[in-house]
Design a protein around this ligand. Structure first.
Ligand code: ZN
Length: 351
């Protein structure tokens, strides 16, 4: 099978011929991949930053957000049939630990992530546990269904603290930040301020529904924003950048008593002034990982059905899978929202 892989432990990504996806074992299904999104995580692996160098063991088929059609069903699977159009939760939890058994499988310490810890979806077919599979609503098109997973990250970051009626600050408008703008708008935020240095993404942020987009490098604009009355300071912060100085600034800019939802992964430890910026000001920090299984998936389904126009604005590129190098190049330049790769048409299947 054609596959987009991390072949060697260095910067880059390569295509490769890999063995066929194995036939599904007990409780598993095999899915013919139709479309797959390139995630920030894939970009980390492409860049071979310290996080990916410490975790990923090449050679590895990359990718973890996708949609496709079930082409084989293993023994013991009763609820999924050949031909079902499905997406997939990329975190494979163990199912038997205390977290899994108390409805918190996104916090399972035994989690394996598709395309990080085991073979990913940037290929023609993938075999996964049936419990991870999500049947896609017939009204959601494939170029949206391919990105259930990252929209779920944005949704989980927003719903963990709640954004309805609140003054929301979104730090970083990569694709998950862009999805978060759309979600905050759809959930009735009072105001949405976005901080993003990249001009392409800043413009997209405005089109998607941000009330104010600030370039953190524009010190005059930032100073003017900080002069606003305290009751207009953000009380719901969605941190998507993983950038230490931006995290510190966001804590200082937040209103007393604000909730801060942290999704962006910093490349190393981040120093914060816990006493001054968190404790004395009554902030609540929430670490966000993955998606709630499967509450978040129901929320994302509802959002995709209600806001296909906003989804279309964030998914800026759909390109043939063989042109993946161009996709990673666009991410390098920050000249894209979400990029979706098409694997179906190269196999002569419906996209
Ligand atoms: Zn578990």
């Amino acid at each position: 099978m054609f596959a987009i892989t991390k072949k060697r432990p260095e910067r880059g990504v390569w295509d490769n011929e890999v063995a066929e996806a194995p036939p599904p074992g007990f409780g598993e299904v095999r899915i013919g991949v139709a479309k797959a999104g390139i995630c920030g995580t894939d970009y980390h692996i492409y860049s071979w930053d310290p996080w990916s160098a410490g975790r990923v063991r090449p050679p590895l088929t990359m990718g973890h957000e996708f949609v496709g059609q079930v082409d084989a069903v293993g023994a013991g699977v009763g609820h999924i049939e050949i031909g079902d159009r499905v997406s997939c939760e990329s975190h494979i939890a163990c199912g038997h630990c205390g977290q899994c058994r108390t409805g918190r499988a996104h916090l399972c310490a035994n989690t394996q992530i598709i395309g990080v810890d085991r073979a990913g979806c940037f290929t023609e077919a993938i075999t996964v546990p049936a419990v991870n599979v999500w049947k896609v609503h017939p009204d959601i098109p494939n170029h949206h269904a391919a990105v259930f997973d990252p929209v779920g990250n944005a949704m989980h970051t927003a719903t963990a603290i709640g954004v309805t009626g609140r003054d929301v600050l979104i730090v970083g408008a990569g694709s998950i930040g862009l999805f978060a703008i759309a979600i905050a708008r759809a959930h009735g935020a009072r105001s949405i301020t976005v901080q993003e240095p990249n001009s392409y993404r800043a413009e997209l942020a405005g089109e998607i529904g941000a009330d104010l987009v600030l370039d953190p490098g524009d010190l005059d604009a930032m100073a003017r924003w900080r002069e606003r009355p305290t009751e207009w300071r953000p009380d719901a912060v969605l941190e998507m950048s993983g950038h230490g100085p931006a995290i510190n600034a966001a804590l200082k800019d937040a209103r007393n008593g604000a909730d801060v939802s942290l999704l962006g992964l910093a490349p190393g430890p981040v120093e914060i002034n816990l006493s001054e910026d968190v404790i004395m000001r009554g902030l609540t920090l929430h670490g966000i990982t993955g998606r709630r299984m499967f509450e978040t998936w129901y929320e994302v389904e509802a959002f995709m059905l209600q806001a296909p126009d906003l989804m279309d604005k964030v998914v800026t590129h759909v390109m043939p899978a063989r042109e993946y190098a161009k996709g990673f190049q666009l991410m390098d330049q920050g000249a894209c929202g979400k990029i979706v790769l098409d694997f179906a048409s190269m196999q002569g299947r419906a996209a």
